[in-house]
Design a protein around this ligand. Structure first.
Ligand SMILES: N[C@@H](CCC(=O)N[C@@H](CS)C(=O)NCC(=O)O)C(=O)O
Length: 230
């Protein structure tokens, strides 16, 4: 059994999509990042960076004690290797998949996150920040669009954890200031993956949770500020 510590955001959806694709049983534990759950000592014990997602796997491959994993890219690799799916074993194909997985972890995710922040959450509008990150996301969307012009998926012919990592970050493209009409090959890929039943199931996790507090709760903001200052 896998215990997933999750909040419905792009990084969280990477893991629900992967688990749905694998068809393995999992329990979801809400980590309300607006209320400061990510700083609870029990969560920090498995996720020292105080960010979700994280998992605890009670039946690891080696048959030993439960294993915990934090960082969404590491979780995707762990699950892919355990189940032998969505990460090719052929060395060149595996390397290509990891290139695009790390590209997402170091580029698309952080830059889109910053675009999202400066466009929607900054206490005052800072045009430099809005422009810088919106333009960087546009550049990264262009990188994917060019890649997908000649290949069905980011790592080549097959759907892999590189696609599973990137897709949830393209879902909120409008909030990142992007139109998929500008990126026709990316749009084709986005719609193809979005039609997969497992992707739809993974994306639906937490849909009915109360998320209003993420933006409005002053108490939550105070908790986050205090922890950031510590
Ligand atoms: N590199 C990390 C990033 C995780 C991350 O940034 N998670 C966000 C939500 S998408 C979070 O937990 N934020 C809590 C906070 O900002 O305090 C991963 O991919 O797992």
């Amino acid at each position: 059994m896998i215990d997933l510590f999750f909040w419905p955001t792009p990084n969280g959806f990477k893991i629900t999509v992967m688990l749905e694709e694998l068809g393995v049983p999992y329990r979801v534990h809400a980590i309300n990042i607006a209320k400061g759950d990510q700083f609870r000592p029990d969560f920090l014990a498995i996720a020292p960076n105080n960010r979700m997602p994280a998992i605890i796997e009670s039946e690891p491959v080696d048959g030993g004690a439960p294993v915990s994993v934090f960082e969404s890219g590491a979780i995707l690799m762990y699950l892919a290797e355990k189940h032998g799916r969505f990460l090719p074993t052929e060395p060149r194909a595996r390397l290509t998949t990891l290139e695009w997985l790390f590209w997402q972890m170091g580029g698309l995710g952080p830059m889109a996150g910053q675009a999202h922040h400066f466009r929607h959450f900054a206490p005052e509008t800072i045009p430099y920040g809005v422009d810088r990150y919106t333009q960087e996301v546009a550049r990264l969307y262009g990188v994917m669009n060019r890649r997908l012009e000649r290949l069905p998926f980011l790592a080549g012919e097959d759907y892999t954890i590189a696609d599973i990592a990137c897709w949830p970050w393209v879902v909120p493209h409008e909030r990142q200031g992007q139109s998929l009409d500008d990126y026709p090959h990316l749009k084709r890929w986005f719609e193809t993956i979005g039609a997969r039943p497992a992707v739809q199931a993974g994306r639906a996790v937490g849909r009915d949770w109360d998320k209003d507090s993420m933006i409005t709760s002053e108490e939550a903001e105070a908790i986050l500020r205090a922890h950031r200052a510590a």
